[in-house]
Design a binder for this molecule. Structure first.
Ligand code: M6R
Length: 369
């Protein structure tokens, strides 16, 4: 079933454009986001005072990105919590809280137990899931399926971009009900979402080969850091997780602003550091801050690989390599910025001759606590 691909991971990365497109399909009506599965829940969404999103691993990182969009558009406070932490700390949730679980497989035991605990405490539960009929959606009050298609490789790729897309659609659906976004903003956001598949294709067509080449050159690397700010921060965490998971290289993701509070001590000559650079036009303040973070680590000899908007000239003099992504609004950039990181992790595992689909010690779905 791999088709002509060398691995399921390669196939699934190539399917990232369709994963986003299929998640949007059937959920835009008359210029507004309407998720048919959430029909009848308007009163619930109008009344909740807080949202808690639970998940594990990559799913939890998509939740971190989703938090920014839900808070910005729907104006509801969102907490993201690792499912296994939520479950065992007597969480403060009740009938005014919506607990959203996010899971590709719908079978992750940690996440399932968190959903059960939320239900026991009287919260309403919504599952955002990629696998039809799985246990977590069956245990939840409502479900939004992602339609990214089956994901086989242990490393989650296309499900991640679909998860963020699903959370954004949910944010716009709730924002419509609560009247917190103007029709213009809805229309802009919908256009941005609709444009993502082609922009991901652009990365695959124009940058994939170069990224794989870079990974090949870096096959002997022992440690890699990933930095990002705002929505780029969870992307840095995702880039690091993917690299650890399939290439067994020590990798850590940080919020760029945290550097001077400790991690900068790790920087030594030659250390590769991936930096997710915000758009200079869409987020000029964040962009300037990240460029100054790059200067700080470069001054200490780091080898900077920037993931930046094509046309961002300001970053060029400061980076050793620039992996380009198309222009997108600040909230939409993470769905593009993660693609080079997925390609890089796969490229490095391939360069080391590892089994990218079946990394050691890991299972596709973790059905034990
Ligand atoms: O099936 P789920 O989305 O619930 O899985 C959660 C994590 O186990 C999963 O995302 C894991 O971190 C991936 N292997 C990361 O690539």
């Amino acid at each position: 079933e791999k088709g002509g691909w060398s691995s399921f991971m390669a196939k699934e990365i190539s399917e990232e454009p369709e994963a986003v497109a299929n998640t949007i399909l059937g959920r835009v009506h008359d210029g507004q986001v309407v998720i048919p599965e959430l029909d009848g829940l308007d009163e619930l969404f109008a009344g909740i005072s807080r949202i808690v999103i639970v998940g594990a691993g990559t799913a939890a990182y998509s939740a971190f990105v989703g938090k920014y969009a839900i808070e910005q558009w729907a104006r509801i406070p969102v907490e993201v919590e690792l499912a296994h932490e939520f479950r065992y700390r007597d969480p403060l949730v009740g009938p005014d809280v919506l607990v959203i679980s996010i899971s590709q497989s719908g079978e992750t035991m940690d996440t399932l137990m968190a959903v059960k605990e939320a239900t026991r405490l009287g919260a309403k539960t919504l599952s955002i899931c990629n696998t039809q009929g799985a246990t977590i959606p069956r245990e939840s009050d409502a479900v939004v399926y992602l339609h990214a298609g089956p994901e086989v490789a242990v490393a989650s790729t296309k499900a991640f971009v679909a998860q963020i897309t699903g959370l954004y659609l949910f944010a716009l659906h709730v924002a419509r009900i609560r009247g917190t976004v103007t029709p213009e903003l809805q229309a802009d956001a919908i256009q941005e979402l609709a444009d993502l598949p082609d922009k991901i294709r652009w990365i695959l067509e124009n940058e994939q080969e170069r990224i794989e080449q870079l990974a090949h050159w870096m096959a002997d690397t022992r440690s890699v850091l990933f930095l990002g700010r705002h929505v780029g921060y969870p992307i840095a965490l995702e880039g690091a997780l993917k690299l650890k998971e399939i290439s067994y290289i020590h990798a850590e993701g940080f919020a760029a602003g945290e550097l001077k509070h400790g991690p900068i001590a790790l920087v030594e000559p030659g250390l590769p550091v991936f930096v997710v650079v915000p758009s200079p036009s869409g987020a000029p303040v964040l962009h300037a801050k990240v460029v100054s973070n790059i200067q700080e680590i470069r001054a200490r000899g780091a080898r900077v690989i920037a993931i930046a908007e094509a046309g961002d000239a300001a970053v060029l003099p400061h980076a050793d390599e620039v992996l380009r992504i198309p222009l997108a609004g600040p909230l939409f950039e993470p769905i593009l910025a993660v693609v080079p990181l997925h390609i890089f992790a796969m490229g490095l595992a391939n360069a080391k001759g590892l089994d990218v689909d079946q990394p050691r010690n890991l299972a596709k779905s973790v059905t034990v606590e």
